[in-house]
Design a protein around this ligand. Structure first.
Ligand code: GRF
Length: 203
């Protein structure tokens, strides 16, 4: 299964997906990487690993529909069947989500539905939770609101800052995302209403 990854920045999750997919037994191939920002560091890592990359700069488009049409063109011509958002900082329209229904995954650095949106670790610390984590979910029209494919819990330590907590959560993201993508690519994830059923959790 060919996968396209959309990024905007650092790309540490992209890196984790690329590393996982190097295993010949992994059921997905990272075939194409798109960044909406020309300076995203993640692009270099993908190029160094022989993966096709493309910059589709949203500021060059008058509105979201044009930007998203360019995304779809690029993904389709690369033969992409599944899309992973990995630190992609653009909200997608209902039209794009419909077009790619149940074929777009996102990773969010909290245990959704807690702390959607931005500044997640600051929100978690302000709320005083002692456990947070990360969530891989299918993308629906509701931002950070689609069916949950997988979650990992991470403890909050006394004295944590958004940075120290973020680093701990990110390490968990790098294990969770490849795992969830493998389940999706292997056809183990069935969407039922607002949730999913995973046929075989051993993947
Ligand atoms: C991750 O924390 C992810 O959960 C969120 O954005 C961050 C991206 O980090 N959606 P990276 O670019 O993968 O390093």
């Amino acid at each position: 299964v060919k996968v396209g990854v959309l990024i905007s920045g650092r790309g540490s999750n992209l890196k984790a997906l690329i590393e996982a997919a190097r295993d010949p037994a992994y059921p997905a191939e990272i075939a194409h990487v798109i960044s909406n920002r020309p300076d995203a560091p993640g692009l270099d890592y993908a190029e160094d690993h022989g993966i096709a990359t493309e910059v589709i700069d949203h500021t060059r488009f008058a509105g979201r529909p044009g930007f998203e049409a360019a995304l779809t063109d690029s993904l389709t011509s690369a033969g992409v069947e599944l899309v992973c958002l990995a630190g992609f900082m653009r909200v997608l329209t209902a039209e794009f989500v419909d077009q790619w229904a149940n074929r777009v995954l996102n990773i969010h650095p909290s245990l959704l539905p807690a702390f959607p949106g931005t500044d997640t670790h600051r929100q978690a610390l302000a709320a005083g939770v002692t456990i947070t984590g990360c969530t891989v979910h299918l993308v629906s029209e509701a931002v950070d609101g689609g069916p949950i494919v997988g979650q990992a819990a991470v403890p909050v330590h006394p004295g944590d800052t958004p940075d120290t907590l973020g680093a701990r959560v990110r390490a968990a993201e790098h294990r969770l995302y490849p795992h969830c993508l493998a389940q999706m690519a292997a056809g183990k994830v069935r969407v039922i209403g607002h949730g999913v059923e995973i046929a075989d959790r051993t993947v």
